[in-house]
Design a protein around this ligand. Sequence first.
Ligand code: TA6
Length: 304
Amino acid sequence: MSDLPASVRLETGRGGLPVLRVNGPAARAEIYLHGATVTDWTPRGRQPVLWVSSASRFTADAPIRGGVPICFPWFGARAGHPESPSHGFARRSDWVVVDARDEGDEVIVRLRLTDRDAAGASAWAHPFEAVYTVVVGSRLTLALTVTNHGSDDLSFEEALHTYLGVSDIRATEVTGLEGAAFCDSLAGPEVLPAENTPVRFGAETDRVYPGTTATTTVHDTGAGRSVVIAKAGSATTVVWNPWVDKAAALADLADDEWKRLLCVETGNLRDAAIRLAPGQSHTMTATFELSPLAKDPTQKNPTS
Ligand code: TA6
């Protein structure tokens, strides 16, 4: 690791895990080396955008419940390998800091994971290198570049499993997915017809949009703001809220926290899984930006 600029400090975080604390001109951020999990991004003068559970574990053997866990090299359950961890091993592995630098108002941090240092990668015998570039500024940009260092083709799924904080999920909607067909993971693998309305939340929601490159916007009426999520190199979007029962079933999620989180995930899953020839690389990028509430919500806030 080259010397860190003054804007980046390597400190001891929750659970004694190493964390990079970034204090840039335009925003602050926090990146745990464990999973290269970005757990905070707060533009100057604004409220935090990412959400972390108060019940999250910060231990070497578990993923962090919140922020932006990296799902790689598979998403969800690994087909044919019930013993393998959900969402892969990247979010449970300790990444290495490559370097960090200031560039104008932005601070750029790079982290790396290879098959040699990934926890449990022996179960997935493919030589690879993943480099994660985190750009902290008035926008947050996350770019995951995977390179195949093997002599055979490499196929993998990936997702940036972003947990956004919202004031109340029941008064939050997602736009940008209108017209995109989706799979309801709670119902089955069938691809369901597209809807022409924003995604709204009245129950556990677990949707995979298999063929969309669209920018999505999360409209948080209670907070009077929107989060715009643009992406590149990604053909899948996942939208998740656990609601009451699933939240109660998850040990690392406090029972009432389902009201204040929403996952909008940037990925390449299933048919969009990435296939790399030896020596080839692929980059997937998500960019987050705050904007005043883009829509003047007409619907009432059901909690009031
Ligand atoms: O991204 C949605 C999802 O795949 C859901 O099915 C739900 O399981 C969620 O991820 C959380 O998964 P985790 O393994 O972190 O408990």
